[in-house]
Write a protein that binds this ligand. Structure first.
Ligand SMILES: Nc1nc2c(ncn2[C@@H]2O[C@H](COP(=O)(O)OP(=O)(O)O)[C@@H](O)[C@H]2O)c(=O)[nH]1
Ligand SMILES: [Mg+2]
Length: 413
C-alpha cells in the first residue's frame, strides 16, 4: 500500500541544497515558537545537541525503527490512558447511520460568495504577478530575448519559483512562434493561458470512499488544526460522518484547539492527555471509527517535535498504526502548507515529500497574501495534487481546489 511504504521509501532523490535550508527552517520554527512555559518543561531538550542539518532524510530515519512494527496492541492496552471523547456520541452514531450517500451541492449563492472570497483574497497575489508583467511589457515595443528574460524575472519576483517561471516563459516562447504573435501586449494573455494550463494539469478530483483516514501533516502554524476543523464541516455538509483524532499531543493547547473545532461541528474527538503517545491516540481513534462505521477519520498531528528526526519518526509510527489497524480504509496524507511563506512552503513540501507519500496538498492562508503565486510552483514542481485551499480562519473558508475557478479568480478582472 503506497500510503505506508511511504515513510520507509528508499528514495535517493534528496538534493542536499534543498534539504539543508529546510532542516534549518524546521529548527528555526521550533526555536521561534518555543515559549517560556515549554522551555521549563523541556529543559533537557533545550540543551540537546542541535540537529545536524547535513543529515538527509534517510539518515534521520533509523534502521531499527523500520524493522519495528509500530505500537503493539498489547502494549497499547497497558500503557494507554483512558480514551476521552467529546460531543454527543449518541447523536454522532445516529448521524452515521442516517448519513445519506448523496453529495449535496452547496447552493449557488454560497458558491458565488466563496468565489468572491477567493477573488478578493487573491487580489494581492494578482497584483504582484500582473503588475510585474505589465511593467515589463510597457518597456518593450517588440518581442525579443530581453523581454523574455525580464518577464521571467518578474514571475520569479512574484513567488512563482525559478524552475516554474523558466518553464512558463519557455512555453510562452513556443506559443509566440506557433501562433506568430507580433504584439507585445498579446504576450500577457499567453502567460495567463500557460499558467492556467499548468494549474489545470492532470489530477482527478478526490473521491473519498468510506471508510477513509486522512492524516494531516505539516510544520507548526501552517493551519493543520484549523483546516481539520474546516474539513470536518465540509465533509459533514456532504452527509458524511467524521471523527477526529487529537494526535498532536505536544501541547495541551493543541488538543483543546481541536476539541473546540469538534464542538463547533458536533464531532467526536478522540484524545489522550498532553505528551501521550500520538500513535496510541490514533490506535484508539481507529478502533472507535471502525466501531461506529465512521466515514472519515481525520488525524491531527504535531508539526514540531524536538527535531526533524523525531517528527518523521512519529509520523511514520502513526502511519504504521493506521496501516495495520485499518487495512480496508482508504488513506490520504495531506500536507498543509502556508501560502504566506512563499518559497518556504515549496521547500517544506520538498522535505516532506522525501519522507512521505503525500497524496494531497492543502494550501492555507491564500487570503490577503501577495505570495500566492507559490501555488503555481507547488502545482508544477511537486506532482502532488492540490486538494483544498484555505482563504480565511472561518469554518467555511476552505474549498476543494478547482484549477479553472482558481485561475479565473486570479486573472479575471
Ligand atoms: N488568514 C488565514 N488564517 C488561517 C488559515 N488557516 C489557518 N489560519 C490561522 O493560522 C494559525 C495557525 O493555525 P493552526 O491550525 O493552529 O496551525 P497548526 O499549528 O498547523 O495546527 C491560526 O491563527 C489560524 O487561524 C487561512 O486559510 N487563512
Ligand atoms: Mg495544530
Amino acid at each position: 500500500m503506497a500510503f505506508f511504504d511511504f515513510f520507509k521509501k528508499n528514495k535517493k532523490t534528496s538534493e542536499p541544497e534543498q534539504t539543508s535550508p529546510l532542516a534549518e527552517e524546521l529548527e528555526a520554527e521550533e526555536a521561534e515558537t518555543e515559549d517560556e512555559e515549554e522551555e521549563e518543561e523541556e529543559q533537557p531538550e533545550a540543551e540537546a545537541p542541535v540537529y545536524d542539518d547535513t543529515e538527509d532524510i534517510e539518515e534521520v530515519l533509523p534502521v531499527e525503527y523500520d524493522s519495528e512494527n509500530g505500537v503493539e496492541p498489547e502494549e497499547e492496552e497497558e500503557d494507554r490512558e483512558p480514551v476521552e471523547e467529546t460531543a454527543e456520541e449518541g447523536e454522532e452514531a445516529e448521524e452515521a447511520e442516517e448519513a445519506p450517500d448523496t453529495e449535496a451541492e452547496p447552493p449557488k449563492e454560497e458558491k458565488q460568495g466563496f468565489f468572491a472570497k477567493i477573488k478578493s483574497g487573491l487580489l494581492k497575489t494578482r497584483n504582484n504577478i500582473m503588475s510585474g508583467i505589465e511593467q515589463v511589457l510597457n518597456g518593450f515595443s517588440e518581442i525579443d530575448d530581453d523581454l523574455y528574460d525580464e518577464l521571467e524575472e518578474a514571475l520569479i519576483m512574484a513567488d512563482i519559483g525559478v524552475d516554474t517561471s523558466c518553464e512558463i516563459i519557455d512555453r510562452v516562447r513556443k506559443l509566440v512562434k506557433e501562433e506568430k504573435v507580433k504584439e507585445v501586449r498579446e504576450v500577457k494573455d499567453l502567460i495567463v493561458r500557460v499558467i492556467t494550463d499548468m494549474l489545470a494539469q492532470g489530477d482527478e478530483p478526490l473521491e473519498l470512499e468510506s471508510p477513509s483516514v486522512l492524516l494531516v501533516i505539516g510544520v507548526n502554524g501552517v493551519g493543520k488544526t484549523t483546516t481539520i476543523g474546516k474539513l470536518t464541516s465540509y465533509y459533514k455538509g456532504e452527509g458524511k460522518s467524521v471523527m477526529l483524532a487529537a494526535a498532536d499531543t505536544f501541547r495541551a493547547a493543541a488538543i483543546d484547539q481541536l476539541m473546540v473545532w469538534g464542538e463547533r461541528s458536533n464531532t467526536t474527538v478522540i484524545k489522550h492527555s498532553e505528551n501521550s503517545d500520538p500513535a496510541a491516540v490514533v490506535f484508539d481513534a481507529v478502533a472507535a471509527a471502525k466501531n461506529r462505521n465512521t466515514d472519515i477519520l481525520i488525524c491531527d498531528t504535531a508539526g514540531r517535535l524536538h527535531n526533524k528526526k523525531n517528527l518523521m519518526n512519529e509520523l511514520a509510527k502513526i502511519a504504521r498504526v493506521i496501516s495495520r489497524e485499518y487495512e480496508n480504509a482508504h488513506k490520504e496524507v495531506f500536507l498543509v502548507l502556508d501560502a504566506t511563506t512563499g518559497q518556504n512552503a515549496l521547500q517544506q513540501a520538498k522535505l516532506f515529500k522525501e519522507a512521505a507519500d503525500i497524496t494531497g496538498i492543502i494550501l492555507t492562508k491564500l487570503d490577503g497574501t501577495a505570495k500566492g503565486g507559490i501555488i503555481i510552483a507547488i502545482k508544477n514542481e511537486l506532482q502532488i495534487p492540490i486538494r483544498f485551499i484555505g482563504v480565511g480562519e472561518g469554518i467555511d473558508d476552505l474549498r476543494p481546489f478547482n484549477a479553472e475557478e482558481f485561475a479565473k479568480a486570479l486573472f479575471e478582472s
